[in-house]
Design a protein around this ligand. Sequence first.
Ligand SMILES: NC(=O)c1ccc[n+]([C@@H]2O[C@H](COP(=O)([O-])OP(=O)(O)OC[C@H]3O[C@@H](n4cnc5c(N)ncnc54)[C@H](O)[C@@H]3O)[C@@H](O)[C@H]2O)c1
Length: 266
Amino acid sequence: MNHQPATMRRFTDKVTIATGGSSGIGRAIAIRFAHEGSNVVIADVDLEGAEKVAQEIRGLGRQVLAVKTDVINKEDVNQMVNTAIEKFNKVDILVNGAGIVDWALLAEIEEKDWDSIFNVNTKGVFLCTQSVAKQMTKQKGGKIINIASVFGKFGVKLFSHYNASKAAVISFTQTVALELARHNINVNAICPGDTMTPMMQAEVTTLSKRFGISEKEYLDGCVAKVPLGRLGTPEDIAGLAAFLASDDAAWITGQSFNICGGFYSG
Ligand SMILES: NC(=O)c1ccc[n+]([C@@H]2O[C@H](COP(=O)([O-])OP(=O)(O)OC[C@H]3O[C@@H](n4cnc5c(N)ncnc54)[C@H](O)[C@@H]3O)[C@@H](O)[C@H]2O)c1
């Protein structure tokens, strides 16, 4: 993946926690924020992946921690946040990027899969936000960015559990923004459309098989629905995350922003 060097340095000496920072969108955000001057904590179940991204970020001259964290586990989350505070004395930005997906029709969804999706995509956002907000409240400020999905705004066959988990994140963002506004903490959600990452590749592989078409045909079908004529890149999403974490977004809170090449505008 190519990472455009950021031309701005909006996060000099800031501290960012990026959950899901080992891969895809979370990784691109961690690297983009480091380019812009932030020190970074990568919190991910995939420690090996987190270490690799940490190595890249060290190469940019930033301080970085890779912390094995399962966002569905409250102890893990609190320990990760405490480790971040011990090392950096503060947390300025939280990006909740950890997420999983599954594809099944209503009749096929197993209870355990419903629970996994909601645990990671929704409860994980709650636990990380609650833990970090405690610190940001003491600091009298911060930015929280939740990676939801444009799929959280409409129906898509085979995605009822995933889409419901993302709709919940959009709703959670709206209410938490109201509660944290008086502490000068901005809370917003990003709703990406199809973005080429390992998660998207897994969708292409699984659903092309399910529909009996080639991966290329499946991908072409996805691209055909995008007015701007291509899938997103993780760096596209990182650019919006960086704007929302910057001072230019100081008067924005409780919003959810579609970034999907024009695929959906509601
Ligand atoms: N790729 C897309 O098209 C797309 C579109 C809309 C929204 N999103 C959302 O963007 C976010 C990032 O997705 P991606 O495409 O980069 O996926 P990805 O699979 O490349 O990355 C997800 C990361 O989350 C981590 N993770 C999974 N479960 C975890 C847990 N329990 N605790 C901590 N970390 C965990 C994984 O190890 C991985 O590093 C997800 O929330 C996803 O739902 C992705």
